[in-house]
Design a protein around this ligand. Structure first.
Ligand SMILES: [Zn+2]
Length: 504
């Protein structure tokens, strides 16, 4: 095959893969937002066929020849084509190096494990889930060795979400943030101000906030952060998420709680960060394999930057309160700017990761990372994991889960065979802090944000982060955008500054 043909075929091949992904994304969106209850079976059949066909296409003999031709061409192909082919090759390798029979067995095991996990969680009975966890770890470890026999299995699993990252690197990151985080959390727990903040929170959440008005406020927020409604739309679902097959078609969902308006508002900002990233990817990457975020952590980092660094900042919170007061003049009439800032930044240790605040969140991740490491280093006693889990919660967060449903059984990730994903959530926080600090230094965006103008911040992020899609790694983006290597120092400084001022 000549280079010209190979390049054309790569484009054709990417478009076909795009078509499958677009159809699956639309079905998923439909299922989560509008589809009637009994539509599940028919959709399941369609989803199964689509994923089977895309898998066949992605692992077929023709793609191999195309990718080999482009790889061997070296400098004869342009950089973008080489990068597209390299990403396709990475996916091809991950999909084809595992024997087909084991892929099927793993899919079946995951389906059974999810059911077992649901039952175990409902009955607070870890013992019935433990044998499944054991098997899931064995399968994942074996798959990792198929993908790269030279690497430690846990490193390969992490690399699946965070290209190039290793457990040792993440260990260094967590070692740097753990002591200051634990110290800050202890300071917050002992703070005499904590009681008053809690009363304030209870006082606001005791009021009723009409969900129709919340919807209008969230739309205004989405417009305010610059999401272009000719290419973007929003709806409602049980759990917020963002999806979109291409840069002209991005959507997110939120969920409205009558007693807690902050929940939908910050979900809109979080998903808005994901959406801004997807909308900002360069046009030249449309319908290619590179039309995605640089890594899971960089994607999460954009969401957290909008949710926390912008959304929960003093500057933006003033503007945000203004929007909310227009929609809820009576409900919020007695809430001052200072009250509101405290209300949206309340911190305290909790048992459940998904309900954790900005300060305590990373400790939930550190606990999962440490346990995953034990699982893949082979020195974990599966039956003894609940005790290890509980001991870590006691030691790091100062609270002990009363049962396994609120402890080790709370997340679905492991039951779904997802190992190595959790660290991305924490790393995203640190990426966001370093990017925000550089943006502020280079553009003084904070002063504009105080006036409700997010333009300079959004432009900087699009120019330095979003437009590159997957053509740069997360580390390269950090280095090029900030002029420095990745460092957790910005994240620690940000948290110290914020929480010492709030609770000190
Ligand atoms: Zn997210």
């Amino acid at each position: 095959m000549d280079i010209q043909t190979a390049t054309e075929k790569l484009t054709e091949f990417e478009r076909k893969m795009y078509a499958y992904a677009a159809a699956q994304s639309a079905l998923y969106w439909d299922a989560s937002t509008f589809a009637p209850e009994k539509s599940a079976e028919g959709r399941g059949i369609a989803m199964g066929i689509l994923s089977g066909e895309s898998h066949k296409l992605m692992t077929g003999p023709e793609i191999k020849e195309v990718l080999d031709t482009i790889e061997q061409a070296g400098d004869a192909v342009d950089r973008l084509t080489a990068l597209r082919a390299a990403e396709a090759a990475r996916q091809y390798r991950r999909l084809t190096c595992i024997p087909q029979q084991e892929v099927i067995e793993f899919a079946e095991l995951k389906a059974r494990s999810m059911t077992a996990w649901e039952t175990a969680k409902a009955n607070n009975d870890y013992k019935t889930f433990a044998p499944y966890l054991q098997k899931l770890v064995e399968f994942s470890g074996r798959f990792a060795r198929y993908i790269d026999p030279e690497k430690k299995p846990y490193d390969t699993l992490i690399d699946g979400f965070e290209r190039g990252a290793t457990a040792a690197e993440l260990q260094g990151f967590f070692d740097a943030i753990k002591p200051p985080l634990v110290e800050l959390i202890q300071m917050v727990a002992k703070s005499p101000k904590a009681g008053a903040y809690k009363q304030l929170q209870d006082r606001i959440n005791a009021r009723s906030f009409d969900t129709q008005k919340q919807r209008a406020a969230c739309r205004e927020i989405a417009e305010g952060i610059g999401l272009d409604f000719s290419r973007f739309n929003m709806a409602e679902s049980e759990h917020p998420f963002t999806t979109g097959p291409n840069t002209n078609d991005v959507r997110f969902t939120v969920h409205y709680h009558q007693r807690n308006p902050a929940s939908a508002v910050f979900a809109a900002l979080h998903e808005g960060g994901h959406a801004a990233y997807m909308l900002g990817i360069g046009d030249e990457l449309m319908y290619t394999f590179l039309n995605d975020g640089a890594s899971s952590a960089m994607h999460e980092g954009q969401a957290l930057l909008y949710e926390n660094h912008l959304g929960r900042s003093r500057q933006y919170s003033r503007h945000l309160l203004g929007i909310l007061k227009r929609h809820f003049p009576g409900e919020l009439s007695d809430v001052t700017e200072q009250d509101f800032y405290q209300y949206i930044n309340i911190s305290g240790p909790s048992l459940i990761r998904t309900e954790a605040d900005e300060l305590t969140y990373c400790l939930h991740i550190i606990i999962r990372f440490e346990i995953e490491q034990m699982l893949f280093e082979g020195d974990a006693d599966i039956d003894g994991l609940p005790r290890i889990w509980n001991d870590k919660y006691t030691k790091y967060l100062g609270i002990t889960p009363p049962d396994d449903a609120q402890g080790i059984l709370q997340d679905m990730h492991w039951a779904d065979g997802l190992f190595g994903y959790f660290p991305s959530y924490a790393l995203g926080n640190a990426f966001a802090a370093q990017l925000y600090a550089a943006m502020e230094k280079q553009t003084g965006a904070g002063a504009h944000i105080a006036k409700g103008d997010l333009g300079p911040a959004a432009d900087w992020l699009r120019d330095r982060v979003h437009r590159y899609g997957m053509t740069k790694t997360a580390r390269e983006i950090i280095r090029d955008a900030t002029g420095e290597e990745f460092s957790p120092d910005y994240y620690i400084a940000y948290l110290k500054h914020k929480y010492e001022e709030l609770y000190g």
